[in-house]
Unconditional design. Sequence first.
Length: 306
Amino acid sequence: MSNLDPRFVLVTRKTRLDEQILHYNTLEQARFYLTHMGVDFNDYQVEHATYYRALEETLTTLSTYGRVQQVDRKFLPNFMFGEDDIVFTLGQDGLAANTLKYLNVQPLVGLNPDPDRWEGVLLPFKPTDLRTVLNEIIAGKRPAREVSMATVTLNDGQELHAVNDFFIGQQSHASARYTIRYRGSNEYQSSSGIIVSTGMGATGWLSSVVTGSTLLNKGRPHIPVDQMQWDSPYLWFVVREPYPFGDAGVTMTFGKIDKRHTLTIESGMPTNGVIFSDGIENDYLEFNSGMKASISLASQKGRMIY
């Protein structure tokens, strides 16, 4: 990493109040509609003010160390990160996870703008910690934690990465139909979709699905979610609410994906089939009839500064 003139990329998000003003055009109109709906408008204002104070402090500190480029999260899919960039996020855990999947070798620092509001598992630092953290990063003395990621490749060449998980299924609440291929076997299924989770995402959506399945199966052990770590060299997939066909039932409902075993899914959905990652539903790949998806561990790993 070149320490002479580092570029700091700060990824930010709009506050709830920002979003409401965009929707209703003015602050006063936003206030009227939210208050009319019984919402505590003062809470929106407090959150907004706290975030922008944290943003101002972050920008001031970063600018004393080098060049700063601020990027709204909606531009992440098309933003070009430099190899020597140091990347910061100012927001909730989801912002840090969503940013990480667009990085390769760049370290990511998660900043919590409002610790009283958000606990922030991926946000170990506050803006007031920045000077200390930056000095140690630039000197090469701050450790980074590796994060395993997942990747999906379609048969038309499109790719998507996930830091937490993939969802493969229907965009609506209709049943997803597909053929699943895993470890030399294949099975046609109808279900509520498939979840593929990394170690970082194991305590989220995957854990919820596994808990429900375990209860339905009267406590029979299912997936050892608690054994997964952020850098675990494998993924788990699980089928949500599979529908049994005839006497055969459904046999392929979960499995481990590692360097030797990938998961392949062929869509049987004429329309509305999708694959999205990390809960970002508006950033998805279409997955309709004729499309095949190969899901595996990503070759790249994220680097979270801690």
